[in-house]
Design a binder for this molecule. Structure first.
Ligand code: DGL
Length: 260
């Protein structure tokens, strides 16, 4: 069983990719909707919530925990790894490795929530692999609410994206890493803004591939997959939002309390 953790429903972009690659996977998803958004919270509180969520998944006997949330991966991954005796993977490393393979001019853009960008986690991992890489990072906090609202192709979203991405264009990046669960939904619009001249790295896709490798999928004989979603709050629009990220309506959704 695969445990997937996110601050809310955005991590379902990763679940969607896992199901695409492994249709018979069994997935327990934990979304901390009561405390969303993490992107605007402090490191201390994100660590506390993330550990509590991972303990919840561990108790339900998952074999691996995937931290799909970039904000949590940025500030809490090492902390959780030091406290939990299970394989825990974050979203940063796989995205970084892919971006490094794609870039030719070594100028890479990263967009994410405020805490993700402020933490400098992406820069650190990039520099671990290649000291010469130039990272142009930008916090793009308005994008999460726009995606949750379903305004994917809305002119306002396009305008905001143009404003956010202009400095990255000027910096002549040739690769852009989408450092947030919600941004894969904006991939097409972002490609248009850059006139398809740069490579966009979708971390959800890359993360899902590394999970397939972990499980050695070909050995799994099951015929049917399963997805159970635990949420710490059931917000009014959760069904519509979940469907936007996942591509279908999940049927097993349960509300749980987070034991801190
Ligand atoms: N899941 C968060 C991330 O990937 C975005 C939503 C939030 O701020 O909680 O950073």
């Amino acid at each position: 069983m695969i445990g997937v953790f996110d601050s809310g429903l955005g991590g379902l972009t990763v679940v969607k990719e896992i199901i695409r690659l492994m249709p018979t996977a069994r997935i327990l998803y934990f979304g901390d909707t009561a405390h969303l958004p993490y992107g605007e919270k402090s490191e201390e509180i994100i660590k506390k919530y993330t550990l509590a969520a991972c303990n919840f998944l561990k108790k339900r006997k998952v074999k691996i925990i995937v931290i799909a949330c970039h904000s949590a991966s940025s500030v809490a991954l090492d902390y959780v790894k030091s406290k939990i005796s299970l394989p825990v993977i974050g979203v940063i490393e796989t995205g970084v490795k892919t971006a490094l393979k794609k870039t030719k001019n070594k100028r890479i853009g990263v967009i994410g929530t405020r805490i993700t960008i402020k933490s400098g986690a992406y820069e650190r991992v990039f520099k671990n692999y290649d000291k010469e890489i130039e990272i142009i990072a930008r916090a793009t906090p308005l994008l999460v609410p726009l995606v949750e609202e379903g305004w994917i192709n809305h002119p306002i979203t396009k305008e905001i994206l143009k404003i956010y991405l202009e400095p990255l264009k000027e910096e002549e990046i040739d690769t852009l890493l989408l450092g947030c669960t919600h941004y894969p939904l904006l991939k097409k619009t972002i490609e248009e803004i850059f006139r398809n001249k740069i490579t966009i790295v979708d971390s959800a896709e890359e993360l899902a591939k590394s999970i397939v490798d972990f499980f050695d999928y070909r050995k799994i004989k099951r015929i049917k997959g399963e997805l159970i979603i635990y949420l710490t709050d059931i917000p009014p629009e959760f069904e519509r939002v979940a469907r936007n990220f996942l591509g279908f309506s999940p049927d097993k959704i349960m509300r749980v309390a987070l034991q801190e």
